[in-house]
Ligand binder design. Sequence first.
Ligand code: UT7
Length: 331
Amino acid sequence: MRSKVRAGIVGVGVGIPDKVLTNHDLERRIDTTDEWIVTRTGIRERRIAPPSVATSDLAAQAARHALQSAGKHAEEVDLIVVATATPDMPWPATACLVQAKIGAARAAAFDLNAVCSGFVYALWIAAQAVETGAYRCVLVIGADILSRQVNWDDRATCVLFGDGAGAVVLTPVEEPYGVLSGVMGADGTGAPLLHVPAGGTREPLSPEAIARKRHTVHMRGREVFKFAVTIMGEVSVQALEKAGISPEQVNLFIPHQANIRIIQAAAERLNLPMERVFVNVDRYGNTSAASIPIAIYEAWAQGRLKKGDVAVVVGFGAGLTWGACVLRWAY
Ligand code: UT7
């Protein structure tokens, strides 16, 4: 009997701006301290894209890097999914701009917006597109430039975010490798907890909206924190159960990098020691949809993801949204 075909990650890459903004730099601009930021979030620095760089630029950089790592040509790609909440422009989709930039002429392209959960949503949807045989070479990209959407006068939010992109190449792989399970969820009643109120059809951009900073991130931090602490552990347990894998079998837990305290709480829920948890929030802050693929890339580049390893990727974000996938690393 032929073994089951699954979707597996066969290449990873990143597009990360060079400019570093440290907590000490922020101390000079707003009423905050390095000590407050490190204690409450674990963040020490983040990357900021220069004004000439848009989301599709970082996404294309990550995509080229991932294709190179997979040994694939852009013409082989048949689908591009860009998870982003900060597209280059309202439309067309950033994925189309990436398609043109990398020369993936055969690929269909669309964006997916689940904010910080976007990459996990995109990975799970794309994995099923590969498993069914509908697509054979999919670029799944998480890319965001949150520095363009934060209110740099609001110390409660501007210290949290950074810019970046990460990409993976998904192709069919044989069991036991690949994406083993996925879970996604949403609770739209929580939308007001974390949102950018203006700039859409509800509240179009206007001089007044801009003056009132309605086009920037508005967040009820404590409530988002409480939600995140519960959901990260819960959805990971659900995805593991679906895959028939116990938490003890997890080699590496790769959570959305929003806040070290949220990450630690999720690890505790799974009874995982921090040695089996990937953390880079200290160097990048919260890069939204890019945080998990950047973490996957760094984990792989550091030799912490080896063929056969079981990894859990899990995210939460505005929406509210959440999602987790269990993978057996394929290369
Ligand atoms: O991808 C999803 C993105 N969102 C998140 O992950 C956010 C989840 N929430 C959090 O991570 C935390 O709620 C924060 C890190 C945002 C805030 O930590 P907290 O422990 O919940 O602090 P808080 O909001 O309750 O604020 C405590 C104090 C307040 O002062 P008072 O009212 O106690 O005098 C804030 O004004 O800290 C103050 N504060 C700051 N002080 C120095 C808020 N931001 C800062 C700051 N520097 N940057």
